[in-house]
Ligand binder design. Structure first.
Ligand code: MN
Length: 296
């Protein structure tokens, strides 16, 4: 008997391989830029604006603390996910914290903030593999000026699904996976899943057809809806069908991102993402006149 299928499988639009060269953000983040650099426009993948992946890299032990010094953001959220190593953060709203493997730092820049991001001091001294993702999530027009704030989410706080047959574990950062909710508060519907699959492990889930949905293979090699996705490849789904079926050919770590598109104009200039060019000009003026606060 064929099982009754209530959902259609999500079609795959394209599987992007890892971009040819990494770029440096400051001197601490050696990142491959998938969104928008690999050719995935901010409108196509809305509400996601940027995805930088620091694929595992050993910076070596250093007394000098590597990272990126004080810089502004306005109009969106920065989401940092640590896989290996640890990252420290300080911002002009008075928040600071360190994230360790499995933790997430969800910073809502909103109306404007200054921050700096560094390798955590002890990790920096010791060295070792460093692996992380930074994702930028847009804010709807009505929320772009919300006061800046910060969610420190530890791996213990994530929604957890232990997959049957020892297939692996899903950590729900935001949204819901098969009914289990994640802790992050978001301004538009966003699903963000940190998935670990054992070799041979399988999972099945559904996400709305209308949500822009993609998957990054952090480690390993998987079959996604029957298509092979290599390590560091980025699977962009079409907005057709709901079901995602994954099978791991080896032990794998995956990041699934899915969100309801924000159908509003995007005016993007470096660390500012607004709706119009005029708002970009204003954001630069606000930054230059010190309205985003002070950070040493
Ligand atoms: Mn930043």
């Amino acid at each position: 008997m064929y099982p009754y299928k209530a959902h259609m499988k999500k079609a795959i639009e394209r599987i992007f391989e890892k971009p040819a060269r990494p770029g440096m953000v400051g001197d601490g983040f050696r990142v491959y830029n998938y969104i928008p650099g690999a050719g995935i426009s901010q409108q196509r993948i809305s509400p996601f604006l940027l995805l930088d992946f620091n694929a595992a890299f050993d910076f070596g032990p250093s007394e000098h603390i590597r990272g990126v010094d004080v810089h502004p953001h306005k109009g969106f959220e920065t989401v940092s996910i640590a896989y290996k190593g640890s990252v420290a953060h300080h911002d002009s709203a008075g928040n600071s914290g360190v994230i360790y493997p499995g933790d997430v730092q969800w910073m809502t820049a909103g109306g404007g903030i200054l921050h700096k991001e560094y390798h955590e001091q002890e990790f920096s001294k010791k060295g070792g593999p460093f692996e992380m993702v930074q994702l930028w999530v847009n804010l709807p027009k009505k929320d772009k000026s919300t006061p800046a704030h910060y969610q420190a989410i530890t791996k213990e706080q994530m929604g957890k699904i232990v997959l049957p047959d020892n297939a692996g574990l899903v950590n729900v950062i935001a949204g819901a996976f098969n009914g289990v909710k994640g802790p992050a508060e978001t301004y538009s519907p966003v699903n963000l899943f940190d998935i670990k699959l054992e070799k041979g492990g399988e999972l099945s889930t559904t996400l709305p057809a209308g949500y822009n949905t993609a998957l990054l293979v952090i480690n390993g090699h998987v079959e996604v809806n029957g298509h092979s996705a290599n390590e560091h490849s980025f699977v962009l789904f079409k907005n057709e069908g709901e079901e995602i079926d994954i099978k791991a050919n080896e032990e794998s770590v995956l990041l699934v991102l899915s969100g309801e598109p924000i159908n509003e104009p995007i005016a993007s200039y470096g660390p500012f993402v607004m709706n119009t060019q005029q708002e970009i000009v204003e954001a630069i003026q606000e930054f230059q006149s010190g309205k985003f606060g002070y950070l040493e």
